[in-house]
Design a protein. Structure first.
Length: 108
């Protein structure tokens, strides 16, 4: 992986509580370390609630505000349906795989 790009992987459930707090902490920590290209790998996530969706959107906003780039990779079909229903697919870059995100995050 490019030394300038960081991937954050989550597995299981992204819900209100520890999982959402952990993701928020990780992104804040990366931004504090001046890491500005972040890919959120959701390929192993099988469930997300509204708090999880909100956390992803909030993290993407923080990265953008810091002048960085944020992509979401590897969503399973059920997660994609949720992100589409909530309109998140219109404001975030969603890629089918980590490899695709890696290729696209360095583009313009």
């Amino acid at each position: 992986m490019d030394g300038d790009i960081t991937s954050v992987a989550i597995s299981g459930r992204l819900v209100l509580g520890r999982a959402s707090e952990w993701l928020d902490f990780q992104v804040n920590d990366l931004l504090g370390k001046r890491r500005r290209k972040i890919i959120l790998d959701l390929s192993e996530v099988h469930y997300i609630d509204s708090a999880g969706v909100g956390t992803i959107v909030g993290c993407a906003g923080k990265v953008k505000d810091a002048g960085g780039r944020f992509r979401v990779a590897g969503c399973q079909e059920r997660l994609l349906q949720i992100l589409r229903m909530t309109g998140v697919d219109r404001v975030l870059a969603l890629d089918e795989s980590l490899e695709t995100s890696l290729a696209r995050i360095g583009e313009g």
